[in-house]
Design a protein around this ligand. Structure first.
Ligand SMILES: [Zn+2]
Ligand SMILES: [Zn+2]
Length: 171
């Protein structure tokens, strides 16, 4: 496996305005922490496709694409989950173009690939890590896994909230 690229220097490409180039790199993917759980980036090193355009007046328009998964506990049933995420993200860095045209991942001609990959992956992830989209989770009363016991149910006693009402006497 090729050595991962943490930073990528655009200067040696010697692109002039209007030029474009596509490069394929190996990037490191850091594990992510959600609440108390750590989710392992899977695999920890991934191929990424970087599209580079040199803009008129200098600066860069960049597009980064990759696919990766996370491995960790399902947030509903605590079973193993490995959701896969596709990332397709763009950055523009134009000197003198104002704050919204400054990319936090580009320092003149050098791209911070590792930080960009990490942040883009975190942003593209679903809000909940689940083993499958229709995971039924655990029974709220006894903790039984409802994926394994789809017919699981409890005898319904009277709703405890009615007890409080019943104890009120109206004169
Ligand atoms: Zn689940
Ligand atoms: Zn139950």
């Amino acid at each position: 496996m090729a050595k991962p690229t943490d930073t990528y220097d655009l200067a040696p490409l010697k692109l002039v305005p209007g030029d474009g180039r596509r490069v394929e790199l190996e990037a490191r993917l850091d594990d992510l922490v959600f609440g108390a759980d750590t989710y392992a980036a899977t695999p920890p090193q991934i191929p990424v496709v970087l599209d580079i355009s040199r803009m008129t007046g200098g600066g860069w328009a960049l597009r980064l694409r990759f696919e990766a998964a996370l491995t960790g506990p399902c947030m509903r049933c605590l079973g193993p989950a490995q959701p896969s995420t596709t990332v397709d993200t763009r950055e523009v860095d134009a000197p003198g173009g104002g704050e919204e045209l400054q990319s936090p991942y580009v320092d003149i001609d050098v791209i911070d690939i590792r930080s960009w990959v990490r942040d883009a992956f975190a942003l593209a992830l679903p809000a909940q890590v689940v083993c499958r989209p229709d995971c039924a989770g655990l029974c709220g009363e006894c903790g039984v896994n409802l994926n394994e016991h789809p017919d699981h149910a409890h005898e319904r006693g009277p709703d405890p909230r009615w007890d409080a009402l019943r104890s009120i006497t109206f004169d």
